[in-house]
Design a protein around this ligand. Structure first.
Ligand code: ZN
Length: 429
């Protein structure tokens, strides 16, 4: 009887896991290798026309990965062939791979809980939003002299958007530069929030760089888009946007691309006015509460805010303004040299199978322009060092956004090395 029960539970669990990624049944990811700018343009048109999901953007020298839904698969393949664009199937059964990866993450979660006693945040599995949120509250309770929890607003669906202020002087020493780390605006980029919570861990629970506490005040916002982030855990793994439903057609296609919603050259390039697009810019600049929260933090701590990092994945890149046209700001020399210092220190502690970091202007490195990004807005507002981190991902399987959980701690550790390098460069300025 007992055995029967266990078997029943296991079958139920298996059924739940399989049902979860049903929507990705028949989806295929393709590697595309355009060899001319004409071919690159065709790929851009296919993305718009067939709502192809871009995992990583191709350039003429660099392979890209795109995700194609079954209804348009034949049309996309036909267009690639007609235009003689080199392509190959990358993952032919997306749902099967997602199911497999869910099982791995679930197993590691259970193991990690056993080891940590449920207290500190584990780094060997991806955590759902409530777990991260509990951690922020717990840290604030345990270290009241060092940490303040702030909840400036709730998300569109009512989840708390919270950040921690970490300071040895209660933010009252106005000579101290402020460093602001933000994560999780793009929901599916799961490796982003752990790099921000790890910074909290390294500042508060396991401080090995006392100068970083002594010399700076810190603002840490691990999940700026909690609705989208949670939706990727419970519903659609590759959801990118917020979950708001304001404006036309948003009931069918909710959400805004948070990194196209800032009031910087808003909706002029690399964005879409179609709510069903993954790069939908919204009805207006700052239409989203999730971006207004970040905007307000930036303005509250100017001119003390010297470094702003917004954490994304993937690509192993450190990107700086301007992202709408590839021109350079008057602070470009410092942006570049500090960017290189951060990347060098990351690469020193990275893994041989991780790509080396590339540093440069957003447009030049990624190969496409996009308006309305956080990095540009912060710089325009007056933050001298403002960067987008594209954290590491791997090409194999779905290891781009679904980087194997065995690498979470590694990415957290190496990204912290970059943050430390950036902070220490500010101290010398
Ligand atoms: Zn992103």
């Amino acid at each position: 009887m007992f055995i029967m029960k266990i078997v029943g539970i296991v079958l139920l669990l298996a059924a739940a896991v399989c049902a979860k990624h049903e929507e990705y049944n028949g989806w295929t990811s393709y590697a595309v290798n355009p060899s001319t700018f004409e071919q690159l343009k065709v790929i851009g048109q296919l993305v718009d026309q067939y709502e192809v999901d871009v995992f990583s953007y191709p350039t003429v020298q660099r392979e890209g990965l795109v995700l194609v839904r079954p209804e348009v698969n034949d049309s996309v393949v036909k267009a690639l062939e007609e235009n003689q664009i080199s392509y190959s199937v990358h993952v032919s059964d997306i749902k099967a791979v997602l199911d497999q990866e869910d099982a791995v993450n679930a197993r590691r979660k259970v193991e990690a809980r056993g080891r940590s006693g449920g207290r500190s945040l584990p780094y060997d599995a991806y955590q759902e939003f409530p777990v991260i949120d509990d951690y922020l509250q717990d840290i604030a309770r345990r270290y009241p002299n060092l940490v303040k929890l702030v909840t400036p607003a709730n998300s569109f669906e009512g989840r708390p958007i919270r950040y921690l202020k970490i300071s040895t002087t209660n933010f009252e020493d106005t000579r101290k530069p402020v460093i602001f780390l933000e994560g999780g605006i793009h929901a599916r980029e799961w490796i982003s929030p752990p790099t921000v919570t790890w910074a909290i861990h390294k500042l508060v629970e396991n401080n090995t760089e006392p100068d970083l506490l002594r010399d700076f005040d810190w603002i840490l916002l691990p999940v700026s888009n909690p609705d989208g982030y949670q939706f990727t855990h419970t519903n659609s793994r590759f959801w990118r946007k917020t979950r708001s439903t304001v404006g036309q057609n948003t009931a069918r296609c909710p959400g805004v691309d948070g990194n196209r919603n800032y009031d910087f050259q808003w909706n002029t390039v690399g964005t879409s006015s179609n709510p069903c697009s993954d790069t939908y810019a919204g009805t207006a600049p700052f239409s989203e509460i999730e971006t207004r929260v970040v905007r307000d933090i930036i303005h509250e701590y100017l001119p003390r805010m010297k470094l702003f990092l917004t954490m994304h994945s993937y690509g192993s890149m450190i990107l700086y303004p301007w992202g709408h046209d590839g021109s350079l700001s008057s602070n470009a020399f410092a942006l570049h040299t500090v960017g290189v210092a951060m990347a060098e220190d990351i690469d020193k502690v990275s893994l041989p199978n991780f790509p080396s970091y590339t540093v440069g202007n957003s447009v030049l490195v990624i190969g496409y322009a996009a308006a309305g990004a956080a990095e540009d807005y912060a710089h325009l507002a007056g933050v001298p060092l403002s960067y987008t981190y594209e954290l590491p991902g791997l090409r194999s399987g779905l290891n781009g956004f679904n980087l194997d959980p065995i690498y979470i701690q590694q990415v957290a550790i190496e990204t912290w090395a970059g943050i430390v390098a950036g902070a220490r460069r500010i101290a010398q300025m």
